[in-house]
Design a protein around this ligand. Structure first.
Ligand SMILES: [Fe+2]
Length: 156
């Protein structure tokens, strides 16, 4: 299923600030991408490592889409989030460096669930049809990621 093109109906700095949190905040595309790439490097099973890497690449694509969306809404897509009007730079500390395969899969499922709930909150805050389509498309990927992590977990 293709991704909708990144368009906005009008500039909206408030929404752009909220999107920064799912772009490069603690629970964000940036955190997910880094987490899965880390895991692909340390997991010994070659097949599972490859799956994790590919999911990491999908998260990187989400990062790219959100970055463009934030830019179109009127903000510079810094790798940072905004908390109480203060800039919080993205940090390697956001990544969960768990190395036990079963544990890290459970952490990934929890991370994806949080991501989906954050996106659902954003959907409530905008009526921009272009943004709604894009976010809904991203949610489909996150749901698929949960399915994949659960499938691997059950096979262990
Ligand atoms: Fe994502």
């Amino acid at each position: 299923m293709p991704y909708p093109s990144v368009k906005v109906s009008k500039r909206d700095l408030n929404l752009a600030k909220k999107l920064l949190n799912v772009y490069a905040g603690e629970v964000s595309e940036d955190t997910s991408a880094h987490t899965y790439i880390f895991q692909s490097l340390i997991v010994e099973d070659k097949e599972i490592s490859k799956i994790l890497k590919n999911i990491g690449i999908v998260e990187m694509h989400h990062l790219d889409l959100l970055g463009l969306l934030i830019k179109n809404l009127g903000l510079i897509p810094f790798f940072a989030s905004v908390e109480k009007e203060k800039i919080k730079w993205f940090s390697g500390k956001y990544i969960n460096y768990e190395r036990d395969l079963k544990e890290l899969l459970l952490n990934n499922i929890a991370l994806e669930k949080k991501a989906i709930s954050n996106y659902e909150n954003i959907l409530k805050e905008t009526s921009d049809i272009y943004i709604i389509h894009l976010i809904k498309r991203i949610i489909l990927d996150e749901r698929l990621h949960i399915e994949i992590f659960e499938k691997i977990y059950k096979q262990l």
